[in-house]
Design a protein around this ligand. Structure first.
Ligand code: NAP
Ligand code: MG
Length: 476
């Protein structure tokens, strides 16, 4: 392989030593006085201290959100709210490089992804929803739309800024106010985002950030004030939330796990498909709920696709996420690395054949090499369970019906990919696949105008587009 010279990104992420909670437009210390460390998963070094929010802090955040809804934001004309959303998007663009570096340091993803995907997409979501805020009468023609009130939101660590944008932008455009908890391992860019909200002059209390672990999340979601709960994370926690909210009047949207199939037919452009498969599972270390973690490949081309895939992953660069050449960065946490290692072990034990290219991983930090399993059967754990790491399981099929049957034979239904030259087959597959998103001859394409969300245990409700806005609206 060609060796590239190191190309480190050197922009200053402007981190503070300590981050407080963001409540009622100001940074405030947690009532308990407790803080926890956020580390850089690429080298295990401490980056900053983050405030640990308890019940009283969550109460204060909701009180501020309720006040802001009643006195400013809920009454403001949409065309005025739009100006704030535009301002937020522009301010993020101004600080794009700084935010990309902070996102990579705290979460472990390659800086080229934070720079080219996470930060621009986050800004795009605010621009898109700014465009809606003064046109809300077109969200549901013939009906009156109104905000729900205060909403409680909890997000995961795989796309910290982007998940924040998916949650905040539609809620704010519609006139709701928010209490949001980021994931414990990736709170820094959320709290930096609070600086942007201050600079944009957003009225105090419209957005409040409370940081902490699962207990803080439970306090946010089980609170009496919010009219709606929005959660993105594991199916396991999603089920706990559903149980605890059963019987309440609260609206709820859940975006949970996935076990997507990328389906490659023998008439597909194979080199293009291989690029799509690689992007589908190795993008962001496979820390993607809609990752194409299963490859279903048509038998006549199975051997050719496997050979091409092996060749392709031999040249992926794994290592320091701050290097602009890096394709696969650090796994987000030690706990996540252990989950990946355990599932990969089960793959070998259950009889699948593993391929990993020779690559030298950094001594410090959490890393896992790109991994392909062939000879996988539907009963293997690696074909059924979400791995959330850079691990691809390959199965084969002979007919269209068998491909559909295998792709749908999962508890999840978030996304799928179809690779074929035939338009009619794409249309048939997109109807028959029980997945919220079906990509055709591409993978992992996102746009603020497209609704995203799941079937079955992947959750319900949509984020993005007109449908996503409707999930934050009261219709009369
Ligand atoms: P998780 O436990 O579901 O965490 C998601 C968010 O919920 C985090 O902010 C988390 O806080 C919080 N949380 C945890 N327990 C809670 C509770 N009882 N009530 C309310 N909020 C709670 O997911 P994870 O532990 O980060 O990852 C576990 C698995 O989830 C992964 O292996 C993957 O399969 C899946 N996952 C899916 C997505 C997705 O986009 N669909 C994203 C990430 C992970 P803490 O971060 O402090 O725990
Ligand atoms: Mg971190």
């Amino acid at each position: 392989m060609w060796e590239f010279d190191p190309s480190p990104e050197t922009a200053d992420p402007k981190l503070k030593r300590r981050y407080d909670l963001f409540i009622n437009g100001a940074f405030v210390a947690p009532k308990s006085g407790k803080y926890f460390d956020s580390i850089n998963p690429a080298n295990e070094q401490k980056l900053a201290e983050i405030a640990l929010a308890g019940r009283e802090d969550v109460d204060a955040a909701y009180a501020a959100a309720q006040r802001a809804f009643d006195t400013t934001w809920g009454r403001m004309p949409g065309r005025e709210r739009a100006k704030y959303l535009y301002r937020i998007a522009r301010l993020l663009q101004d600080r794009a490089r700084e935010f990309a570096v902070a996102e990579t340091l705290d979460g472990g993803k390659p800086v080229k992804e934070s720079r080219d995907f996470d930060v621009p997409m986050c800004a795009a979501h605010f621009f898109y929803h700014a465009g809606w805020a003064d046109k809300l009468e077109y969200v549901a023609p013939g009906r009156r739309v109104a905000p729900l009130g205060v909403v409680g939101q909890v997000i995961p660590w795989n796309f910290p800024l982007l998940m924040l944008a998916w949650k905040l932008a539609p809620a704010l455009a519609m006139g709701n106010t928010v209490v949001l908890k980021p994931a414990e391992t990736t709170s820094i860019t959320c709290l930096k985002f609070a600086e942007i909200l201050q600079d944009a002059g957003l009225p105090p209390g419209v957005v409040n950030f409370v940081t902490g672990a699962g207990e803080t999340g439970a306090a946010v979601l089980n609170h009496p004030v919010p009219a709606k709960i929005a959660f993105t994370g594991s199916t396991e926690v999603g089920k706990i939330i559903m149980r605890s909210l059963a019987g309440t009047e609260k609206k709820m949207t859940l975006e949970l796990g996935g076990k997507a199939a990328n389906i490659v037919f023998d008439d597909a452009p194979l080199d293009q498909a291989v690029e799509g498969i690689v992007n589908g599972i190795f993008f962001n270390q496979g820390h993607v709920c809609c990752a194409g973690s299963r490859l279903l490949v048509h038998e006549p081309v199975a051997a050719a696709v496997l050979a091409k895939l092996k060749n392709r992953i031999k040249v992926l660069r794994v290592g320091d996420p701050m290097d602009k050449n890096t394709d696969i960065g650090a796994i987000n946490s030690q706990a996540q690395l252990q989950r990946i290692q355990e599932l990969v072990k089960s793959g070998t034990k259950e009889g699948a054949e593993m391929f990993q290219p020779a690559c030298r991983l950094p001594a410090k930090g959490f890393y896992f090499p790109p991994t392909i399993f062939s000879g996988v059967s539907m009963s293997h754990r690696i074909a059924r369970e979400e791995i959330f790491g850079p691990v691809l399981s390959i199965l084969t099929f002979r007919t269209v019906d068998e491909a559909i049957e295998k792709a749908n034979n999962t508890a999840y239904g978030l996304s799928a990919g179809v690779w074929t030259d035939k338009g009619s087959r794409i249309l048939k597959m997109s109807v028959e696949l029980k997945a919220g998103v079906v990509w055709a001859n591409t993978y992992n394409k996102f746009d603020p105008t497209s609704p995203f969300g799941g079937y079955k245990e992947s959750g319900f409700g949509r984020e993005g587009g007109r449908q996503g806005l409707l999930d934050y609206a009261k219709l009369t």
